[in-house]
Design a protein around this ligand. Structure first.
Ligand code: NDP
Ligand code: 2IT
Length: 451
């Protein structure tokens, strides 16, 4: 039994920790939201009377399953599959699949919870879910990845559908994996439906889905800069972490807008290219990561720049920083280094990459901070557009989609900005995103009555 929000956030969190033990990432995500929303709820008691926050924190349903597959040597492998269907108040469950050996139920609960608020902010009708597996695609052959995806979908299929739950990619799940997953779904159901997003163009994909998260993140920072002193991206020095989907397209858009991007990374280390990454160098990264499935160190070898093994990019001087790899990759010490070096804005391409003390440090030091649930919502927003295109059986052109994405990111920014001053004098986009994301879902839950 959960207590009501009274008497304090701390007591509320204590009950959450007790009920969900050993889930530190989930606690972290919930604590941030509860801290933002607490003052708002106190002034709007209908939400506490109907225990809306308490209900939003409890997933609608958690699915866990065994996935068995044979590797190239004929050996049997066993992984665990997950789908956390968090909330479908405002639309079918929607959110990515992550394949990474580090994942636990905690990971998918935190990601699914974040997705509730993110999807609400997109202005599109999408509920929230997240899932995946502890399967590690690294070092596996294409056929092993295919057999794993087919085994994974053979069970997941019972729980998803175009009006029920529409998965997409995340870490370790890109175009290759989505192709195998969609193919298996089509084969087992004998139906061609938009049950996944992030598909290739030939089978219903959207023209800019792969670019959308990174581009959207840059559009979000543009909006923050415009609303707070009208600075442009042109000429800014930028650090980006990660070298996967989000990092690559964040870098691409920044370069296109005249910024100088000086870093990329992976879990082994960081490259520092003070000359700036160019479109041509990015094409090298794309091939390295998506075809050769190599390590970012090879960029440094190829272009003769510095490689920092085991390091993240946050001690490199920059104006704008884009953590775009994974959760808790930017600590308080990193935040201090960024502020000391004159960084003016941090925009989260990844989900929860900044630790809570680092977030507070940025906000207290007047660094514009774009939280992931707003700043990286462009990916799921274009997934929403892909769902619409699939239902209509038509496709929009690149220019049309990019301008829709740009418009959505401005609407997301403006919703956050509306509540960014709720409790503070300087803009706090974390509070803004949490409150604005909460209101739409909460009001809808009130409309449905108690369940
Ligand atoms: P990719 O798999 O394409 O790339 C992930 C990148 O992050 C790789 O460079 C990877 O390095 C690095 N990385 C992953 N795990 C770790 C780790 N534990 N420590 C250090 N580095 C790590 O994933 P995406 O680019 O799609 O996702 C990146 C982030 O963006 C995630 O937080 C994801 O949830 C978020 N996101 C993604 C969206 C999308 O549309 N794809 C939408 C919204 C958010 P290595 O190769 O060494 O593992
Ligand atoms: O974290 C995210 O928003 C994603 N991985 C994208 C989800 C989606 O359904 O496109």
């Amino acid at each position: 039994m959960l207590p009501t929000l009274n008497p304090s956030v701390d007591q509320f969190m204590e009950a959450i920790r007790e009920k969900n033990p050993h889930e530190p990432d989930f606690h972290q995500a919930v604590h941030e939201v509860v801290s933002s929303i607490y003052p708002f709820i106190q002034q709007n008691p209908v939400y506490s009377d109907y225990k809306i926050l308490e209900r939003i924190i409890e997933p609608d349903r958690i699915i866990m399953f065994r996935v068995c597959w044979e590797d190239d040597k004929g050996r049997v492998n066993i992984n665990r599959g997950y789908r956390v269907q968090f909330n479908n108040a405002i639309g079918p469950y929607k959110g990515g699949l992550r394949f990474h050996p580090s994942v636990r139920l905690d990971t998918f609960k935190f990601l699914g919870f974040e997705q509730v608020f993110k999807n609400s902010l997109t202005t599109l009708p999408m509920g929230a879910a997240k899932g995946g597996s502890d399967f590690d695609p690294k070092g596996k052959s294409d056929h092993e990845v295919m057999r794993f995806c087919q085994a994974f979908m053979t069970e997941l299929i019972r729980h998803i559908g175009k009006d029920t739950d529409v998965p997409a990619g995340d870490i370790g799940v890109g175009a290759r994996e989505i192709g195998y997953l969609f193919g298996q779904h089509k084969r087992l159901t004998n139906r061609f439906t938009g049950v996944l997003t992030g598909k290739a163009l030939n089978f219903g994909g959207s023209l800019i889905r792969k670019e959308a998260t990174g581009y959207g993140c840059v559009f979000f920072v543009q909006n923050m800069l415009k609303a707070n002193g009208n600075q442009s991206i042109d000429g800014k020095i930028c650090t980006v972490s990660g070298s996967g989907n989000v990092a690559q397209y964040t870098a691409e858009k920044l370069i296109h807008l005249g910024a100088k991007v000086v870093s990329l990374s992976d879990s082994s280390g960081t490259i520092y290219d003070p000359e700036g990454i160019t479109a041509e160098k990015l094409a090298f990264v794309d091939e390295l990561k998506n075809i050769k499935r190599g390590r970012i160190e090879e960029y440094a070898t190829h272009y003769g720049c510095e490689y920092r093994p085991g390091k993240r990019p946050w001690d490199i001087p920059c104006d704008l920083a884009f953590p775009s790899a994974t959760q808790n990759e930017l600590s308080l010490d990193d935040a201090k280094a960024l502020v000391k070096n004159g960084c003016i804005a941090v925009c989260e391409g990844a989900n929860m990459p900044t630790t809570p003390d680092a977030v507070a440090y940025f906000i207290n030091n007047n660094v514009l901070f774009g939280p992931g649930k707003a700043a990286n919502a462009g990916g799921v927003a274009v997934s929403g557009l892909e769902m619409t295109q699939n239902s209509m059986r038509l496709s929009w052109d690149r220019h049309d989609l990019e301008s829709r994405l740009n418009g959505i990111m401005t609407k997301i920014h403006d919703q956050c900005a509306q509540y960014a001053y709720y409790n503070t004098k300087t803009p706090n986009y974390v509070d803004g995103a949490n409150i604005a994301g909460f209101i739409k879902v909460a009001q809808t839950m009130l409309s449905y009555g108690i369940h």
